[in-house]
Design a protein around this ligand. Sequence first.
Ligand code: HEC
Length: 170
Amino acid sequence: MIRFLLLLPLLSACGWMWDQPKAKAFRPAPLQVEVPEERVRFGENLNPEVRLGVKPEGGFAENPYTFAEADWVRGKALYGSFCAICHGVRGEGDGRVIPLGVPKPRSFHDPGVRAMPEGYFYFAATNGFGRMLSYKSRIPERERWLIAHYIKRCLLDAACPKEVMDAEVH
Ligand code: HEC
């Protein structure tokens, strides 16, 4: 910080960088690429079940993957990295940042949330939920399903192997 302050007079001596006169116009791009309007962005999936987590006829999408036990441990680690900070390690809505002013989410053990299918958690992670933002660009699709699977099977239904429950993940 001190070093930065010492540099300040020097920086102001240069004037503002965005105010530089530049007479030379930009060259037109040598290659004009025609982009068809219906073009799909790289990595974008048009299937609404994948893209949004809803079935075309309505309702939450079904998990298209079968996960092995090793995957579940990874699901636990991913949940711990991306969701637990707000939702709490057990999904009780008591994450570490809640006392710092982040709105408190409903506990996943609340009967209203507990009754929801796995696709609900995928939906929330994909599209965001109220004041919670979307994790679509940060967590790949299969991993979002894996997190949803972990929440539903391990945190809510207690239907996952003891090894997964006991696994230490970082
Ligand atoms: C920065 C904090 C934060 C993180 C990280 C976070 N959430 Fe949320 N989440 C919230 C808040 C706050 C709400 C409630 C939003 C509202 O009601 O406006 C919420 C709501 C939800 C809900 C809906 C609960 C209900 O009331 O029905 C689900 C499901 C959910 N989050 C899943 C996830 C998953 C899965 C992850 C990890 C990929 C995650 N969240 C990460 C803050 C967070």
